[in-house]
Write a protein that binds this ligand. Structure first.
Ligand SMILES: NC(=O)c1ccc[n+]([C@@H]2O[C@H](COP(=O)([O-])OP(=O)(O)OC[C@H]3O[C@@H](n4cnc5c(N)ncnc54)[C@H](OP(=O)(O)O)[C@@H]3O)[C@@H](O)[C@H]2O)c1
Length: 235
C-alpha cells in the first residue's frame, strides 16, 4: 500500500512494486482522482478526500480483511502556493508550521495507527515512511527550513517510538525511515539549482534504491533511519 501515489516518488514506487510480480495487489492511495497506471490488474487506485483520521480509519475498516506486507508512506510537504521554506526566524508563521507538521508528522503516524494493525504477525512486513536527511538534528549544519526540518525530526521520533512499541506487539513488523536522496519531483523542483546532475535522481531510480533498502531490512533494523544507499543517518 502506497500513500501519496500521485507524487513523484509515490507513483514510481507504485509502478515498481506492481512490476515485481510478488504482490497480489498494490493499493495506490491518493487525494487525486484519475491516476493512470498500467498493469491495472495489480494496481488498485484509491482516491481519498483527505488524509484526516476519519478518512484513514474508514479505509482501514473497508480493507480490514487484507494482509498488508508493505506500507510505504510517500506523502509530504515542503512548499505549496502559500508556503515557502523559511530562510530565517522572522519567516516563521504559525499556520504554515501547523500545515507542515500535519503533512509531514501527523498524517504518517495516523497512517501507522490505522494500517499497522492490518500487517501480519506471522511473517515479516515493513512500514516505511519517506523522511529527509534535513530532519537529522545531528546533521543540521546549514540551518533554515525550520518547519520542514522540525516536522521530519518529529516524524523520525514518532516512528522510532512506534518501533519500540511494536517490538512487544508485532516484532515481525519492521519500521523504517528512509531518505530518498534529492529526487526530481515537484517538491524539490525550486531547490535543484545547486544539485549536480549525478546527485539528482529521477523518481524511478529513487524507487529502485529505496525498494532495495526495504528488501534488505531485518528485524534489528526496525526504528532505523537510512538513506537510499542503505547507510544509517545520524538522528
Ligand atoms: N524529492 C526530494 O528530493 C525529497 C528529498 C527528501 C525527502 N523527500 C520526501 O519524499 C516524500 C515524497 O516526496 P516527493 O518528492 O515525491 O514529492 P511530491 O511529488 O510533491 O509528492 C508528495 C505527495 O505528498 C502528498 N501531499 C502533498 N501535500 C500534502 C499535504 N498537505 N498533506 C498530506 N499529503 C500531502 C501528495 O500525495 P497525494 O496528492 O497523492 O495524496 C503528493 O503527491 C516526501 O515525504 C518528501 O518530504 C523528497
Amino acid at each position: 500500500m502506497v500513500f501519496g501515489a500521485s507524487g513523484g516518488i509515490g507513483s514510481a514506487m507504485v509502478k515498481l512494486l506492481a512490476s515485481q510480480g510478488k504482490f497480489q495487489s498494490v493499493y495506490a492511495i491518493s487525494r487525486k482522482s484519475g491516476l493512470a497506471f498500467e498493469n491495472s490488474d495489480v494496481i488498485k487506485p484509491v482516491k481519498l478526500p483527505d488524509y484526516s483520521e476519519t478518512t484513514l480509519k474508514q479505509l482501514s475498516v473497508q480493507i480490514s480483511q487484507v494482509d498488508l506486507d508493505l506500507v510505504f508512506i510517500a506523502t509530504g510537504l515542503l512548499h505549496n502556493d502559500h508556503i515557502q521554506p523559511e530562510k530565517r526566524l522572522s519567516k516563521i508563521n504559525a499556520d504554515a508550521l501547523a500545515e507542515l507538521f500535519n503533512a509531514n508528522s501527523i498524517v504518517p503516524i495516523l497512517i501507522a495507527k490505522h494500517f499497522s494493525p492490518l500487517m501480519p504477525k506471522n511473517g515479516l512486513s515493513v512500514l516505511a515512511a519517506v523522511s529527509a536527511r534535513v530532519g537529522s538534528i545531528d546533521d543540521n549544519r546549514l540551518g533554515g527550513w525550520y518547519s520542514y526540518r522540525a516536522s521530519k525530526a518529529a516524524l523520525n521520533m514518532f516512528f522510532k517510538t512506534l518501533a519500540i512499541e511494536l517490538k512487544r506487539t508485532n516484532p515481525n513488523l519492521i519500521v523504517s525511515l528512509l531518505h530518498p536522496g534529492t529526487t526530481d519531483t515537484n517538491l524539490s523542483k525550486p531547490f535543484q539549482g545547486n544539485v549536480p546532475d549525478e546527485k539528482l535522481f529521477d523518481p524511478e531510480k529513487t524507487s529502485r534504491y529505496l525498494y532495495n533498502v526495504i528488501c534488505h531490512l531485518n528485524k534489528s533494523d526496525s526504528g532505523s533511519f537510512k538513506d537510499w544507499d542503505n547507510k544509517t543517518i545520524p538522528w
